[in-house]
Design a binder for this molecule. Structure first.
Ligand code: FAD
Length: 496
């Protein structure tokens, strides 16, 4: 018996920040669209705030070889937007300029992206965070920055009617966060797109240099076990399975990809205050110290400091303590504040295929990156001491708490390795199938079209040639809309 087949004008693989807007744009332009998603479809009513269950359902983690870094991504309809912190930044002009200069993306300018950014901003309800949504956790970061004279600001967030539950990473049980699940996916469906959850794309079907569709493995919704093949036939294929999968999909389809992966490396610094902070309430992230950033007009070493939730499991994971020591530290949970370093890495990594065809990530921050992480955590310790912290816990294995400027100054300078850091991780992942002007050094051209295969495009974070220096969802969504438009017009022109 032959495998079941579906026919469409376009098939989009992955329903996150890069896939869902592309599917919506193509469907609204009148194309018959199938949107494939390997994960399950959960709705707001399913988000009950129970950490272990929600994280298992919504997220996946991958460990990078070379550093042991943990990389996290969403794994459900809506992708990482369902588990992200809702922070919104416009694409930094400096980054676009660098992509033009270093990667030949001459058409990717502020003005070409502007209409798409505007559309994204409106669709996902991005707006400045007002005082009612600035938690004490965020305010302590702000207070320390003010005392030291460092620049910072409340960030924009894509929420409508946020009630400060502090559960942004668990899907948002109030439905306030305007993830792709609540915005682009329903928009695509209203325009006729068909969303298939539990549908894992295996490879692109390519014949005579042209994409013909996608070979899919359907998964059993209850067990996640293989439930049979499916072939979706379409003359236009858009890949947006995230950097943990899009490069692997290309490789499995016989297309060279996977080089140039880049991250924002992150670690967090935790501080204990005499007064309660209750840092598990309020938006998981809301305030950023921008003083040390190197984008949006700043000229620092290239990191942002953003307050982050002190939800119990993630905080316990990020503390450099064990056993009774960890128990004591966690006993002070209501008094803890926490901030994450978001580093614009200079390192590059790669995605390759394991023997079974799954993706393998190799990535290690450079000594320069690790030096800047050391700088960032030292500055955060100063900030928290300035804000009145009794103790600051640096994310350095086996380190003692810092109680004063003198103790901080006495820390012996040392070259850090990735394994000296407690929970070095990344949630902002870029590249592996990047656009570029030079065919020898880029998988896709400036329109997101995969070189050498007609009708095949990449619209997610894999298509970006490097990191953005800011939380990237708006850049990814705007770029996806741009690529969907270029794909639609490009393919129409080809057909004419
Ligand atoms: C915990 C966390 C917090 C974050 N916070 C922020 C924030 O506050 N602000 C911000 O700007 N950014 C944030 N980000 C980053 C942002 O959400 C991502 O950069 C963005 O969503 C990436 O878009 P993408 O389309 O590349 O991948 P994703 O959004 O991850 O979407 C990829 C989708 O493809 C699916 N998929 C994978 N393989 C296959 C396959 N073979 N077949 C079919 N489907 C497949 C996945 O299940 C997933 O749903 C955060 C990310 C995380 C994980």
């Amino acid at each position: 018996m032959s495998e079941p087949r579906l026919r469409a004008d376009a098939v989009v693989v992955g329903s996150g920040a890069g896939g869902a807007p592309a599917a919506a744009a193509l469907a609204e332009a009148g194309l018959e669209v199938v949107l494939l998603e390997a994960g399950a479809r959960w709705e707001t009513r399913d988000f009950d705030g129970e950490e272990a269950r929600m994280l298992a359902r919504l997220m996946k983690a991958t460990t990078a070889s070379g550093s042991g870094m943990e990389l996290y991504a969403g794994a459900c309809v809506g992708g990482s937007t369902v588990v992200n912190d809702a922070l919104c930044w416009a694409p930094p002009p400096e980054v676009l300029a660098r992509w033009r200069a270093e990667h030949g993306l001459v058409g990717l300018t502020e003005s070409t992206l502007a209409p798409h950014v505007e559309r994204v901003w409106a669709e996902i309800g991005a707006a400045p965070t007002g005082p009612a949504n600035l938690s004490r956790n965020a305010r302590l970061l702000e207070a320390g920055a003010r005392r030291l004279g460092w620049a910072g600001a409340a960030m924009a967030r894509n929420v409508r009617g946020c009630v400060n539950l502090g559960l942004c990473n668990l899907g948002c049980p109030s439905g306030a966060k305007q993830s792709a699940l609540l915005t682009w996916v329903p928009r695509a469906e209203r325009a006729g797109a068909r969303v298939l959850a539990h549908a894992r794309a295996l490879r692109v079907a390519i014949e005579a240099g042209r994409a013909r569709g996608v070979e899919v493995l359907r998964l059993d919704p209850a067990s996640g076990e293989p439930a049979g093949p499916l072939r979706v036939e379409a003359p236009l294929v858009v890949l947006a399975a995230g950097i943990l999968e899009t490069p692997a999909l290309l490789l499995r389809s016989g297309i060279a990809a996977g080089e140039g992966l880049q991250l924002h490396s992150s670690v967090s610094v935790t501080a204990r205050f005499a007064e309660p902070v209750y840092g598990f309430f309020g938006p998981t992230m809301a305030y950023a110290v921008t003083e040390f950033s190197d984008v949006h007009g700043r000229h620092g070493p290239g990191f942002m400091l953003e307050n982050v939730s002190v939800a119990a499991p993630v905080t316990a994971n990020a503390l450099p303590r064990f056993g009774a020591d960890l128990e004591r530290a966690m006993g002070a949970l209501p008094h803890l504040a926490r901030t994450v370093v978001v580093l614009r890495d200079e390192a590059r990594g790669r995605v390759t295929l394991a023997r079974d065809g799954s993706a393998r990530i190799a990535y290690a921050p450079t000594p320069g990156d690790l030096g800047r992480i050391g700088d960032a955590i030292g500055r955060l310790a100063r900030l928290y001491l300035a804000a009145g912290a009794e103790e600051v816990w640096l994310p350095l294995e086996a380190s003692a708490p810092i109680r004063s400027e003198a103790e901080l100054a006495a820390l012996a300078p040392r070259a850090l390795g990735p394994r000296d850091l407690t929970l070095l991780y990344a949630v902002h992942l870029f590249g592996g199938a990047a656009m570029g002007g030079d065919p020898a050094h880029s998988v896709c051209d400036e329109a997101g079209a995969v070189r050498g295969v007609a009708g095949l495009y990449v619209s997610d974070a894999s298509s970006l040639p490097g990191n953005t220096g800011v939380n990237p969802q708006v850049t990814i969504m705007a770029n996806a809309l741009r690529i969907a438009e270029r794909a639609r017009t490009g393919e129409r022109a080809r057909a004419a």
